[in-house]
Design a protein around this ligand. Structure first.
Ligand code: GLA
Length: 697
């Protein structure tokens, strides 16, 4: 059913559409078709956070026998009880799907990324696929929240073991875990946290990977040290509990001050570039708080990580975690990750490139298949992002500036959205009930989604062409390509670059689909394929017109990275950042989105929060803030020998499955263990030691 609204402004009152949408005078909306039925194969067993974990001292602690014999008995390592914090993080047996585990074995990952180095604090990529997730621990943790009861949702404590709010809600005191140590035995303290905040997150010349800068914790927020294990946040808003989510993966995962500070330009003669590159991928044994430490790197071949002897988490029987002694990362392609996981030569994959679904499903259906494959909800989604900065981000030339002006024109974005045949685009990836029409904004099927607040502009080329004419675009030279208005970029042909990640077939397929759609409108699109390793830096540089982007978790959970749902600060949005003068040139509807998001962050009442997200969704989709493309489910593929994989673990929700499944708790029963460890009975050596792992023999 389609309602052609000849004058949306006139119909606005009737439909409850805000009148600022007067741009959209001749554009059609339609009832959004419901996504095809596709049920997640398993549901989580919903629990409280206190069912999963607690912090407490246990009467005794254990470790693998070989660690005691080779390292402790020989005086190379203190006893396990002395390596653990006063009160370790304890995982409760009742929440471990297969109970207390046993030591040994390896999880063999395959990835398409490549490590640039270990300086996550300065934005280096570790190769994705969960390498960084296994190395760096964060103040809070959100991955496992997929199994936490909805009405008890809040981030799990992690390096921050507890926190209290001041009566007025402007101050948050965080208590850090006491007596925990980095993997090289150096104590973890509030100084590590402060160094990360002051000299990394808040230093404008440094950008931690996945971080949206200090404003992602609220504009004007400060952090100070109280004592060695206490830090104090001060917020402008009262009780902005949302920021606890930003303190999880991506937002606040401190790196070792004792290793990084001597290389930081503020404390050395290094440039910022030298700081960033001070720990190249062949710098072994980089100290971490995570369960595994990188001990071997062979370019284009493999990264191997061994157990962290100082890891600060245990099971209820007092066994120091992780159970798995080794993680391997074969450096290949993302498509190979699916193939190897299905074949059993790899152990894990997030099946997320829809092009390989049919083959993977067919092979996994055999009861003798080595891996199990379980589909979850539709949480993989892509959008076309227009660069909305009109005041200089990325230093655009005349052509690029003319594109920015178009991007900022709502008629233009509505033309783009009307030119996409989403059904066809989805089917071109994979036929069947997987993909759903995605108009942009919050995903159908997620907690804050509201269909009635979702404005859907169906595929309509004629409407798209009319909107382009309205935006002032004409083919003035009759060559089949539209021209910019005469006063912009000399009225030349409209050519637009499209940034996409070359590591993924899906990103490339979608980019090609978009290019074909735009051709029909007379818009010339030039594909700019960038490898995953360089993608983040290119995105952050602002030197792009459009990009195809696999959406972040904020559009699923909303409570995570909430500040990046709109340009709430100069750096918080991935596609609309501040220009040279430090200000963001917000469009009127963006200002409304910012206001709604800020209200959401400050709003304690659940019903009001839900209502604010309806407003957000309406502003987003009505204005085609981004051009939604497709939304589909992912499947987790894990080799059947692994135990303690939680039911219903999604490949992507608050975080990726590598975090969601709580890998430090995953184990392989003795009779199923394979002899695949590359460095059995070894532990990480000294930081920077090129010799890699050490054994005490
Ligand atoms: C990449 C992969 C995802 C996931 C993440 C983890 O982005 O495509 O499936 O493994 O890395 O960071």
């Amino acid at each position: 059913m389609r309602n052609r609204l000849l004058a949306l402004s006139g119909a606005a009152l009737l439909l409850g559409v805000s009148t600022f949408a007067v741009h959209a005078q001749t554009v059609a909306t339609a009832t959004l078709p419901d996504p095809p039925k596709f049920d997640a194969q398993q549901l989580p067993n919903f629990v409280s956070i206190s069912d999963i974990m607690e912090y407490k001292a246990l009467p005794e602690y254990h470790e693998p026998d070989w660690v005691t014999k080779q390292f402790v008995d020989t005086g190379k390592l203190p006893a396990v009880k002395d390596r653990l914090p006063k009160e370790p993080l304890v995982y409760k047996t009742a929440n471990e799907p297969d109970g207390t585990g046993v030591y040994g074995d390896v999880m063999r990952h395959v990835i398409g990324g490549r490590p640039q180095g270990w300086n996550y604090a300065a934005g280096q990529v570790q190769g994705w696929g969960g390498i960084d997730i296994g190395m760096y621990e964060c103040l809070t943790r959100t991955g496992p929240l997929f199994e936490v009861k909805a009405d008890e949702l809040e981030p799990m404590p992690n390096l921050a073991k507890s926190w209290d709010w001041s009566a007025d809600g402007h101050q948050l005191t965080m208590h850090l875990i006491e007596g925990a140590k980095w993997s090289d035995g150096v104590p973890f303290t509030a100084d590590d946290v402060m160094f990360y905040w002051q000299d990394n997150i808040s230093d404008p010349n440094v950008k931690p990977l996945n971080s949206s800068g200090p404003d992602s914790f609220g504009v004007g927020t400060t952090l100070t040290k109280v004592d060695d294990h206490t830090v104090l946040w001060t917020f402008k808003e009262a009780f902005p509990k949302q920021y606890l989510y930003t303190m999880a993966y991506g937002g606040f995962c401190p790196l070792p001050e004792h290793i990084l500070k001597p290389q930081h330009p503020k404390y050395s003669k290094n440039t910022y570039e030298q700081y960033q590159n001070a720990f190249p991928a062949n710098f072994m044994n980089f100290p971490v708080m995570g369960a595994w430490v990188p001990v071997e790197y062979r370019p284009d071949d493999i990264v191997v990580l061994r157990r962290n002897p100082y890891y600060w988490k245990v099971d209820e029987a007092g066994n120091q975690l992780p159970y798995l002694d080794e993680l391997e990362y074969k450096l290949s392609t993302w498509a190979d990750r699916d193939v190897q996981a299905v074949a059993g030569t790899g152990d894990f994959s997030n099946l997320e490139q829809a092009e390989s679904y049919v083959e993977a499903l067919k092979r996994s259906a055999d009861p003798a298949a080595p891996a199990r494959l379980a589909f979850g909800a539709r949480t993989i989604g892509y959008s076309l992002y227009p660069n909305l900065s009109g005041n200089g981000w990325g230093e655009p030339d005349a052509r690029a500036q003319a594109v920015r002006e178009l991007n900022r024109n709502t008629d233009f974005r509505l033309a783009l959205t009307s030119a996409i045949d989403r059904q066809h685009l989805g089917d071109s990836l994979v036929k069947g009930p997987f993909t759903a029409i995605y108009p942009g904004g919050l995903y159908a099927g997620t907690a804050y989604y509201d269909k009635a607040s979702t404005v859907y502009y169906p595929f309509d080329l004629e409407a798209a062409k009319a909107l382009l004419a309205k935006a002032g675009l004409k083919d003035t030279d009759g060559n089949g390509v539209l021209n910019f208005p005469a006063d912009q970029a000399g009225g030349q042909d409209v050519s637009i670059t499209l940034l996409a990640n070359s590591d993924y077939q899906t990103d490339k397929s979608l980019a090609e689909g978009v290019i074909a759609s735009m051709e029909q409108l007379g818009i010339h699109v030039i594909l700019d394929l960038v490898s995953g390793a360089n993608m983040t830096a290119t995105q952050n540089s602002g030197k792009w017109d459009w990009q195809i982007y696999r959406n972040g978790s904020e559009l699923i959970s909303v409570v995570q990275n909430t500040a990046s749902l709109a340009p709430t600060g100069p750096q918080t949005s991935p596609f609309h950042r501040a220009g040279k003068d430090g200000s963001v040139d917000l469009l009127p509807f963006e200002q409304q989105m910012v206001d709604v998001v800020n209200k959401f962050i400050a709003e304690p009442d659940a019903a009001k929060k839900a209502d604010l997200m309806k407003q957000y969704q309406k502003l987003y989709t009505e204005n085609a803030y981004t051009i939604g493309l497709t939304q589909y489910p992912g499947a987790l593929i894990i080799n059947k020998r692994f135990a303690n994989i939680p039911a219903g673990a999604p490949i992507f929700m608050f975080n990726w499955a590598e975090d969601n499944i709580i890998r430090e708790r995953v184990f392989v029963p003795k009779d199923k263990q394979i002899s695949a460890e590359l460095h059995p009975n070894t532990l990480p050596g000294k930081p920077g030691d090129k010799g890699g792992p050490i054994s005490a023999n």
